[in-house]
Design a protein around this ligand. Structure first.
Ligand code: HEC
Length: 141
């Protein structure tokens, strides 16, 4: 997948009109992750100047947000606007493992980015962990 398509696929948000607070909170957590991916993605595409501090800060936020995923999804909350599938709560261990993988990948990449060209493989590596979870646990409606 082209980088631009990858960024678009993982960062699209749809939380306007959500009524359930738990659902809203977890969507906001996802949006925070997506925002950091967008920051890195813009640098990867040379639309923004490379800034290793900003990359480190983005990775650290992604890692912290990944840690919150199991907590944010513990309530089995639903909302007409939610894209979460019930499968999350049928195999919550697998779901949290996928959250842990995202956190571990973000942590492992931290400190290893020195030029803008490092960002393309980084985006792919992180993007894979987003998709691994979304493909099973997020519907696009
Ligand atoms: C452990 C599973 C998991 C991982 C890992 C994960 N997501 Fe999600 N994501 C979800 C689920 C489930 C939803 C749907 C939540 C809902 O609508 O209730 C979602 C929704 C989203 C949304 C839509 C939020 C909204 O406002 O509706 C965005 C954007 C998003 N994820 C981005 C990402 C990005 C970027 C990554 C990787 C850096 C990522 N996600 C990693 C499970 C995950």
């Amino acid at each position: 997948m082209a980088l631009a398509a990858l960024v678009a696929a993982v960062t699209a948000s749809a939380h306007t009109g959500v009524q359930n607070d738990d659902v809203l909170e977890r969507m906001e957590g996802m949006s925070a992750i997506a925002k950091e991916m967008k920051t890195i993605g813009e640098m990867a595409k040379n639309e923004a100047p490379f800034d290793s501090d900003a990359v480190e800060s983005a990775l650290s936020t992604i890692g912290a947000e990944a840690e919150r995923i199991p907590y944010l999804f513990t309530p089995r909350a639903m909302d007409p606007k939610s894209e979460a599938t019930p499968a999350i709560w049928e195999d919550f261990d697998d779901f949290t493992t996928k959250a842990d993988t995202l956190g571990a990948v973000a942590e492992a990449l931290s400190g290893h980015v020195s030029t803008a060209s490092d960002l393309v493989p980084l985006m792919r590596e992180i993007g894979q962990t987003c998709r691994a979870c979304h493909s099973q646990y997020r519907v696009s409606n």
